[in-house]
Every structure is written in structure tokens, then in C-alpha cells.
Design a protein. Structure first.
Length: 420
């Protein structure tokens, strides 16, 4: 049970019933809960619950609106998904001035059975220290605690897609309900769905082709080493707000230029698309043009699908901006270089050198340090559960409600027990 009742404000969540069910659980714990809806999709998942306010203003009016909500409902804590959404930036930036704690949900750093919950920011805003010695010490503080194994569940993509369609169909009345609202995604829902339908129709053909290519690269790896470049979504906040790149075209061009100038002549580069890419960008054509210009024809391969674990198990190294694929690569003992500064970009884990040198002498991760990193990050920031299926949501709601009800977060406990 909580030490004292809290007053929570829920802002925008994922396109699923997760936030609504979390609110119900927090009320059962004795807390007060109020919700701000920004569009019709938010309202659909909240219905028929009361204790809500609809924001119909523009972003310039949002700071004063939030201030009035914080004061009127005596808010102690606010909960949101993604700290870089336009409707969240004022809440994220100003809350501390009014004594309001911020709890941020995000997709899991470790997947698929975890989601992220941190106080005061995630990803580039995470309060996790960037000192490998701290992770070793903090892991030691947790030695007496049992290693948590997540409860597994199946999250079908069709369920997530159905929730997303419901959210955007409801958005058809935004012109009446809130004409000033602008969705944070750069692509409209109809264009997005058309892209998905076209891409998914071709997946069966791609799976066979890509599996054969990965098998061949792995077989030839001893003689012709290959490096992996996993693509991220162009809409990813990790790219726009936590890197020097604007899109994946820039990433591909930067990596290929370095590879052309510095990689061993027999080395190859495998570029893998993101599994949730909408298929609206013609990456193969872009890669072919760059390869021809840089003299890399026959040395750069592109896949849409494929067994990532298999590729990482044989790859000479992985180059990523800040994708969670980097964590998977480290787990597979694959040398990894980051083009920005994700939470796992630590001396001893990722290669701290220049990308030009990485092709010649990639540095393997310290597996003892990685085990310490994983243990600490899961304890401090991950909760078992998911956002888009019944069992996953139930797990996430139960575990999140327990964490949100405590005065001290798991990370705060570690920071006090093992000061950086």
C-alpha cells in the first residue's frame, strides 16, 4: 500500500486501453486520477470514465492550461508516453517547477516482454548514469535479489493494428472536437495504412530471399566479414531529438561513405530495414545509387526481413544510431558502434573509437559489464508487460501501479545505495 494517496494526471498514452486500465488500478490503490485528452482517439480509449478534461487550445496555450490543471486538482504526479511529443514538452519542461513528478512510459529497452517506465525522462533524458563502474557497483547491490524472469505473452500485430485503426477512425471528428490538434506523427493514417498493406503483401517473398542471403553471408563470414546496419523509423524521436541525423537517408549515406573509404576490401555491409517501416521510402534504390557512386557495388546488401539473432551471431560488427538493436548486438557479443549516445553507449560495452577505425578493428563488448548493465537497467527502468494485448496490458498495469505508488523509484534506490 502507498505511504500516502497521490494525485495523478494522465496525459497522452499509447493507442490502446493501457492508460485507462492503469487509471482504474491507481484508483483502486487509493489515488486520485485525472485525465487530459487531446483528441478523439484519446477520448475513445478513456470512455466511459469521468475525471477528464479536453484540451482544445493550441500548443502556445498548453503551459498555462497545464498549470491550471496541476493547481486545481493538486497534482503530485503526471504520467505520459514519450517525453518528446509536442503535447508533452510543456508538461515535461515545467512540471518540476510546480512540484510535480513526471513518469514516462516508452517501449522497452529490452524486448519483447518489457516496457520502460522512468521518472523525469527516457532515452537521452534518462537519469541512468553513464559510468560503467557505477553499473558494476549497482549490480553488486542487487546480488541478494533474485533475477527476475519476465512472464511471457503473445502480442499479435493485428491487435496493435486494430487499436491503431480505432484511434485514427475516431480522429475523423477532430475537426469538430479539436480543430487545433496536430498529430505528432509526420504521416497521415491513410497513407500509413496503404504503405503497410503494400509492404506486408510482399513479406512472404522477401522472407525466403532474405533468409537465403543471411545464410550465405554467415557461411562466408570467415573469409568475407560483414557488418550490420539496422535502420530505424524516420519518425523515431530517437532520431529527431537524440541524434545529429534528420532521417535514415542521412544515416545510410554517412555510413556508406565511411565504409567505402575505410573497410577492408573483402568486407560487406548488410542493411536491414525496421520491421515496422511503412514501406513509403525506396531504400533499395537509394542504396543502389550510393553504392554505384561510392564504388561499393556487390558489397552492400539490403533486406526487409530476416533472423536478426542469426545475423548478429556472425556479424563482424554492428553500426547503429541509437536503436535497441544495439542492446541485442551487445548481448550477442557483437562489436557495436553508436552514432549518437543511447543509454548503452558505455566504455567497455560499445566501441568508443571512430567509425572509420571500427571497420578495421571493432572492439568486442565486455560480457561481465553487459550482464551488470542488463541487471541494473531491468531492475531500475523496466516493467514486465506490454501495451497492445490483454495479457501484456494486465501485467504492465499491475507492475506499473506498484512502481508508481512508491515514493522512491527503483533507480533512486540504487543511486542512494551506490552513489555515482
Amino acid at each position: 500500500m502507498p505511504v500516502k494517496p497521490l494525485s495523478f494526471l494522465l496525459l497522452q498514452g499509447v493507442s490502446s486501453p493501457f492508460f485507462a486500465r492503469l487509471a482504474d488500478a491507481l484508483r483502486e490503490c487509493g489515488h486520485k486520477v485525472h485525465k487530459v485528452n487531446f483528441n478523439a482517439g484519446d477520448l475513445v480509449f478513456w470512455f466511459p470514465r469521468s475525471h477528464r478534461t479536453h484540451f482544445r487550445g493550441n500548443l502556445e496555450q498548453l503551459p498555462e492550461f497545464l498549470k491550471s490543471i496541476w493547481q486545481e486538482f493538486e497534482i503530485t504526479d503526471q504520467i505520459l508516453f514519450g517525453d518528446r511529443r509536442p503535447v508533452h514538452r510543456a508538461a515535461f519542461d515545467k512540471a518540476e517547477q510546480f512540484g510535480v513528478r513526471t513518469h514516462v512510459f516508452e517501449e522497452g529497452y529490452f524486448r519483447p516482454f518489457w516496457v520502460t517506465l522512468e521518472r523525469e525522462g527516457v532515452n537521452g533524458h534518462s537519469l541512468l548514469p553513464r559510468d560503467p563502474d557505477w553499473f558494476r557497483a549497482a549490480a553488486g547491490c542487487l546480488d541478494a535479489q533474485p533475477t527476475e524472469k519476465p512472464k511471457r505473452f503473445h502480442s499479435a500485430f493485428r491487435k496493435r493494428a486494430a487499436y491503431d485503426v480505432l484511434y485514427h477512425v475516431a480522429g475523423l471528428i477532430n475537426s469538430v472536437l479539436n480543430p487545433r490538434y496536430r498529430i505528432h506523427a509526420p504521416i497521415t493514417a491513410p497513407v500509413e495504412y496503404a504503405g503497410y498493406l503494400s509492404r506486408f503483401a510482399r513479406l512472404p517473398k522477401w522472407r525466403t530471399r532474405d533468409a537465403e542471403l543471411i545464410n550465405r553471408l554467415c557461411k562466408e563470414a570467415p573469409k568475407h566479414p560483414f557488418f550490420l546496419l539496422p535502420l530505424q523509423l524516420n519518425s523515431d524521436a530517437q532520431i529527431h531529438h537524440h541524434s545529429r541525423f534528420d532521417n535514415m537517408h542521412q544515416v545510410i549515406e554517412s555510413v556508406l561513405e565511411s565504409f567505402a573509404d575505410n573497410a577492408p576490401s573483402g568486407a560487406r555491409l548488410l542493411i536491414k530495414n525496421h520491421p515496422l517501416d511503412m514501406g513509403l521510402v525506396n531504400y533499395p534504390r537509394h542504396i543502389r545509387k550510393l553504392s554505384k557512386r561510392l564504388g561499393l557495388e556487390g558489397r552492400v546488401e539490403y533486406i526487409e526481413t530476416g533472423n536478426l539473432d542469426q545475423a548478429l551471431g556472425s556479424a563482424a560488427g554492428t553500426v547503429t544510431v541509437n536503436s535497441t538493436v544495439g542492446i541485442v548486438a551487445l548481448e550477442k557479443e557483437c562489436p557495436t558502434l553508436c552514432l549518437s549516445d543511447p543509454i548503452y553507449n558505455l566504455p567497455g560495452l560499445t566501441d568508443q573509437g571512430d567509425i572509420d577505425n571500427f571497420w578495421q578493428e571493432p572492439v568486442k563488448p565486455d560480457q561481465n559489464l553487459f550482464e551488470a548493465f542488463r541487471k541494473v537497467v531491468i531492475y531500475a527502468t523496466q516493467i514486465n508487460g506490454g501495451f497492445y494485448c490483454h495479457n501484456g496490458i494486465s501485467l504492465a498495469v499491475e507492475n506499473a501501479a506498484n512502481m508508481l505508488s512508491t515514493d522512491q523509484s527503483p533507480l533512486q534506490y540504487l543511486l542512494e545505495a551506490c552513489p555515482p
